[in-house]
Design a protein around this ligand. Structure first.
Ligand code: LHQ
Length: 258
């Protein structure tokens, strides 16, 4: 079985992490296959949104620790530079919305890769753990960048140092994720979100994502300038013309992502 399942339905691609017996821990093969799948989503003209989830009872238990310490394994530095970091940049740079449906435990790099999604939803039984401190590592996969911005410095610092597991409901309450659904509804609700995004003006959504990426580091003046530039691009899109025309004509718009 492939370690990443790739399915396309309508304009939505679903990528499923598929090492359920290891709680979808990332080994080299799974990281490289996920990156290839994300590249395929980027280049496809028929895919307009991407859903990432996990097979079995977990979302991902982070880096495969057996591989991390294997004498002939890739080694810690290569794991980050070749396997995990490129996933973070692929998700954040993908010019299409990425929805992450966290179906169970998300630990270590598994949690931080999930949190790179544009919209992160979770099953009520899911949990999030910055597991790194428990094994003498620092949080990686963008966690030290993203988590304090999501939930504030103090809570991020405590979660990273204590390595405590928090339930999905608490993650939603503190703004780490968007929404929690009952377990049996998660995938259906995530698919609805992905489908509705795929039918929206996806060019503008991609530009929104770009603006949000820069908002992490820009000052207000630079961000206002960026909004000017990106809005000019959105304003030149076919979808903007269609959106306004449909509004004027009191009909439903038909967006194509152009
Ligand atoms: C695993 C893993 C796992 C391998 C469960 N690896 N097999 C970056 C750079 C370089 C090096 C290292 O890491 C990183 C980034 C990171 O992600 S560091 C953080 C790595 N992750 C962890 O430390 C979490 C380790 N896992 C756990 O603490 C538990 O498995 C959790 C709390 C996630 C779930 O516990 P349970 O529900 O009780 O499941 P389990 O422990 O029984 O796991 C099921 C199986 O999955 C089991 O295999 P086995 O053959 O014994 O049935 C585990 O060994 C395997 N597994 N996580 N990360």
């Amino acid at each position: 079985m492939p370690v990443i399942l790739f399915e396309q339905q309508d304009a939505v691609a679903t990528l499923t992490l598929n090492r359920p017996e290891k709680l979808n821990a990332f080994n080299r093969e799974m990281a490289l296959q996920l990156r290839t799948a994300l590249d395929e989503c980027a280049f496809s003209s028929t895919i307009r949104s991407v859903l990432i989830t996990g097979a079995g009872k977990g979302f991902s238990a982070g880096q495969d620790l057996a591989e991390a310490v294997a004498p002939n394994g890739p080694g810690l530095k290569n794991i980050l530079s070749q396997q995990l970091n490129p996933l973070v940049t692929s998700i954040r740079r993908l010019q299409k919305p990425v929805i992450v449906a966290v179906n169970g435990v998300a630990a270590g790099a598994g949690a931080n890769i999930a949190l790179c999604g544009d919209i992160v939803v979770a099953a009520a039984s899911a949990s999030f753990t910055q597991a790194f401190s428990k094994i003498g590592l620092i949080p990686d996969s963008g966690g030290t960048h993203v988590l304090p911005r999501l939930i504030g410095w103090q809570k991020a610092s405590a979660l990273m140092m204590l390595g405590e597991s928090i339930p999905a409901t608490e993650a939603e309450r503190i703004g780490m994720i968007y929404k929690v659904y009952p377990d049996q509804l998660l995938i259906g609700e995530a698919q609805k979100i992905a489908l509705s995004l795929a039918q929206m003006p996806t060019r503008a959504l991609a530009l929104t994502k770009r603006a949000l990426n820069f908002s992490m580091t820009n000052n207000l003046d630079d961000q206002l300038q960026l909004e000017d530039d990106l809005q000019a691009m959105a304003g030149a899109s076919r979808d903007f013309a269609e959106g306004v025309a449909a509004f004027m004509e009191k009909r439903k718009p038909l967006f194509t992502g152009e």
